[in-house]
Design a protein around this ligand. Structure first.
Ligand code: TEU
Ligand code: CA
Length: 572
């Protein structure tokens, strides 16, 4: 067996930062880059190796910076390119690395490339975006196909001036770039990638990476007969030229030893995922699969009721992503949260005040024992939970939430019951829950800002905040620090080991083993609010074992509510 040397990003723990909500340094209620710099020591103290900064580029902020106006500039309320240079230097000075969010499936409609493209059919940049003539059905003008956008409605926007439609898989203000055009691709590499690689960034989280190649853009099958627009995710993701585009992009990244983690929605086929992450294919280092985060979502994300899933589904999703590294040259990721997900304690355990801390520790222990590069989202280390149902719809700022609520309202003529169901789903799953300000202390505005923050901080900031948790050895934060140390200490086993699920069908306990050479650990996780008998699952009985860690200080003879444990097994 040949042992390939490990890459720096494999054992690394990544901490994701959402600039608007991390820390405000100048009292305008919006987080900023100097705010991030001021908390680098805090981030380092968690045990993090890499920080990932969500889009901080100049942008009209229709989709919180995922609509980039200029890749080579910073959104003024966040700071300047010079602030970014300081952030890069200060991060490196602490022995950490920094990656940025690469958003190049689309730009803002205010990007100068699009402004030129839309100016006339003869513009040299016309072909940099995806323009198509209308089709006429019974004399009525219709878009070129029936695809549904990620934020509702058609993916096509009519342009009056040049009498054509342009494609936007997200908001109309986010036109899709035409990757088929070689000049466009070159401009993307130069402006969005090399500009920042030259300034020392260590890689990218690559937004919507599997959508660059759109294929034939044929009509999608009808899955929602009530709508004119149909889900087309399996058509616009993973198109025919993906491999070629990513090879080309990788050639640029390789020169800088830059890491990549690609966002990979609508890809349940593991064979397909493996082609993206296999080292010899030279595409991406790793991807975020959606198997775990899609759990409990409806066909149209929010068309569901909270807790509409069973534990075996969750186990299966984790097993699927864990198995990516088994017997091949691929790599995987461990994550439960990001800026597009609500809080994991609220989704997968219980955010009732008496269970919040236990739930946070349970998920921390679970993640620490899973293989792959680990990603923690800001506030996850503090055990932050969703904001409550009582908050009014005005507190939801995300276009994904507000568009959905407006659609339900329109479809049901303002029916109160339908709107209540929509709000319940948003309270459970909306992206807004990840975007509230970080509670730094119990002082006003949660210590996030001296001014009223752009989003309302969680009500419990006087008890759940970074300052309190730093001085409390029983806090969720202290537990994360401990678990990250343990993960580092046993990195062969926890970061690189083989995952085996035990007792798959059990609806209450999630049990698995991790194995590396002659080492084996058993992980037991109680996903219920009830005490459970400590029974060894089939496959782990009659073995000598020793408790390595529990989520409790004094674990008893039973598994307590939301308790997790790791045992080391003696192998003979
Ligand atoms: O997300 C793309 C994506 O496919 C989804 O996770 C998306 O957020 C979801 O369908 C909305 O319900 C990425 C970014 O992470 C997200 O924040 C951006 O809004 C989106 O791309 C567009 O750039
Ligand atoms: Ca600010």
């Amino acid at each position: 067996m040949t042992i390939t040397p490990r890459k720096w990003w494999q054992d690394g723990v990544v901490y994701q930062i959402y600039p608007a909500s991390f820390k405000d340094s100048n009292g305008d209620g919006i987080g900023d880059i100097p705010g991030i710099i001021s908390e680098l020591d805090y981030i380092r103290s968690i045990g993090v190796d890499i920080i990932w900064i969500c889009p901080m580029y100049d942008s009209p902020q229709v989709d919180m910076g995922y609509d980039v106006r200029d890749y080579e500039n910073v959104y003024p309320p966040y700071g300047t390119v010079q602030d970014m240079e300081i952030l890069i230097a200060e991060t490196h000075a602490r022995g950490m690395r920094i990656i940025l969010d690469l958003v190049v499936n689309h730009t803002s409609d205010q990007h100068k490339w699009f402004q030129e493209s839309r100016s006339s059919k003869d513009s040299p940049k016309r072909d940099w975006y995806i323009w198509r003539p209308a089709r006429y059905i019974d004399g009525v003008r219709k878009p070129p196909n029936n695809w549904l956008g990620n934020f509702g409605g058609s993916v096509w926007q009519w342009d009056d001036q040049t009498q054509e439609y342009y494609l936007h898989l997200f908001c109309p203000e986010q036109p899709d770039l035409n990757w088929e055009n070689e000049d466009t691709r070159k401009a993307i590499y130069e402006s969005a990638m090399e500009f920042w690689l030259e300034r020392g960034v260590d890689g990218f989280r690559v937004d919507t990476v599997n959508m660059y190649s759109k294929g034939e853009m044929l009509d999608a099958p009808i899955t929602d007969p009530r709508s004119e627009w149909q889900f087309a995710g399996y058509q616009y993701c993973n198109g025919p030229r993906m491999h070629e585009f990513l090879s080309e992009m990788n050639a640029v990244l390789e020169k800088y030893d830059a890491m990549t983690v690609g966002e990979c929605p609508n890809t349940p086929d593991m064979g397909r995922v493996l082609k993206y992450v296999s080292a010899k294919e030279k595409q991406l280092n790793m991807v975020f699969q959606f198997d775990v985060v899609d759990i409990g979502q409806g066909p149209y994300k929010f068309q569901t009721t909270p807790f509409n899933w069973k534990l075996p589904q969750f186990k299966h999703a984790i097993e699927t992503t864990q198995n990516l590294i088994r017997g091949n040259d691929g790599w995987t990721t461990v994550f439960l949260e990001n800026h597009d997900q609500s809080r994991s304690i609220s989704r997968f355990t219980s955010d009732a005040p008496e269970h919040r801390v236990a739930g946070g520790k349970l998920l921390s222990l679970m993640m620490a024992a899973l293989s792959g590069t680990m990603f923690i989202y800001q506030g996850q280390e503090l055990g932050m939970v969703n904001f409550p149902l009582e908050w009014s719809m005005d507190e939801y700022k995300d276009v994904d939430s507000t568009n959905y609520y407006a659609m339900v309202n329109e479809r049901n003529g303002g029916d109160a019951e339908a709107l209540a169901a929509a709000k319940a789903a948003l309270q459970h799953l909306a992206r807004d829950h990840a975007r509230v300000p970080i509670p730094w202390s119990a002082s006003s505005n949660a210590g996030f800002s001296t001014a009223k923050p752009w989003m309302r901080p969680n009500d419990d900031y006087n008890i759940c905040n970074a300052k309190q948790q730093q001085s409390d050895k029983n806090s969720v934060l202290s537990y994360w620090k401990r678990m990250l140390q343990l993960r580092r200490h046993y990195s062969d086993l926890f970061v690189h080991g083989d995952f085996d699920l035990l007792d798959k069908q059990n609806l209450e306990i999630f049990a698995f083993t991790k194995t590396w050479q002659n080492r084996k650990a058993l992980v037991l996780l109680n996903f219920t609010a009830r005490q459970q008998e400590l029974q060894l699952p089939p496959g782990a009985q009659n073995q000598k074992m020793e408790l390595l860690v529990s989520t409790l200080d004094m674990p008893g003879g039973c598994l307590a509510a939301y308790e997790g444990r790791i045992y080391m097994l003696a192998l003979d």
